[in-house]
Design a protein around this ligand. Structure first.
Ligand SMILES: [Mg+2]
Length: 252
């Protein structure tokens, strides 16, 4: 009538294997699935940011903090900047430089020539406010992006006249010049910063107006490099614009 004790023990063992082991595996699998799902989501989020499909976003999704950390501190960011720099240089070499000093190239500064990476690391890549970032920037020198310095020097050697067009306010001029020189940049033609009458302007309008001013002075703007679409679009745009990635913020 009753099964022998050895069979009961075997059944118990089997049920233990069936019930416990699979659930433990499932638990580990879920963790990996979560990671993969986040990674996939964050790749798509990055695509939406870079294409501007995301529009005027302000906060990195919390599940992507680690993704952004990995992107910014690993090889990928350096590689993306390097490829962009080579694309820009390949184009620059095709430009017929007239030799009259009017062939121009426009560079943005923040996250283009200089990097806040040290600050982002400190804050573990969580979004912060611009006010906090400026405060930190006042106390620390921003570091150079090597791909940018290399491109900058090549552009200068090819004979372009270089303009630096930044959304930084005029009162940061001295600090900005000091930081640029410290990072290795020199011999720019003009550093253009926001004046008091620019304060309420959108970045895209402010930058377009200043490029138009350069054109009105007779400069031919062949190339432009920036990390925001507002550095590059609008009017009086360069013949070719080159965009760096920026997963930390968006400026309209
Ligand atoms: Mg910038």
């Amino acid at each position: 009538m009753y099964p022998p004790p050895s069979l009961i023990i075997l059944k118990l063992l089997l049920s233990t294997l069936l019930l416990v082991t699979p659930s433990q595996s499932l638990s580990q699998g879920n963790h990996e699935d979560d990671h993969e799902s986040s990674s996939l989501f964050c790749e798509s989020w990055r695509f939406s940011v870079e294409t501007n499909n995301a529009g005027n976003w302000s906060t990195i999704p919390s599940r992507c903090y680690e993704f952004v950390n990995h992107y910014m501190t690993g090889d990928r960011y350096v590689s993306d900047l390097g490829v962009t720099g080579r694309n820009a240089l390949d184009y620059a070499k095709t430009v017929d430089i007239a030799g009259d000093g009017m062939d121009a190239w426009v560079f943005d500064i923040d996250e283009t020539l200089l990097s806040m990476l040290a600050y982002y690391k400190l804050h573990k890549f969580r979004s912060t406010t611009l006010k906090v970032e400026v405060k930190w920037g006042l106390r620390h020198k921003l570091t150079v992006l090597p791909a940018s310095l290399s491109l900058y020097n090549e552009i200068r050697q090819l004979g372009f006249t270089v303009f630096l067009l930044t959304g930084r306010p005029e009162w940061l001029r001295n600090q900005t010049v000091t930081n640029l020189l410290y990072a290795g940049y020199n011999d720019w033609e003009r550093l253009i910063l926001r004046q008091s009458y620019d304060e309420r302007k959108k970045a895209i309008d402010y930058k377009s107006e200043n490029r138009k001013q350069l054109e009105d002075e007779g400069y031919r703007i062949h190339g432009s490099l920036g990390d925001q679409w507002s550095d590059l679009l609008g009017y009086a745009t360069a013949q070719r614009s080159f965009k760096y990635p920026n997963l930390m913020y968006y400026a309209a």
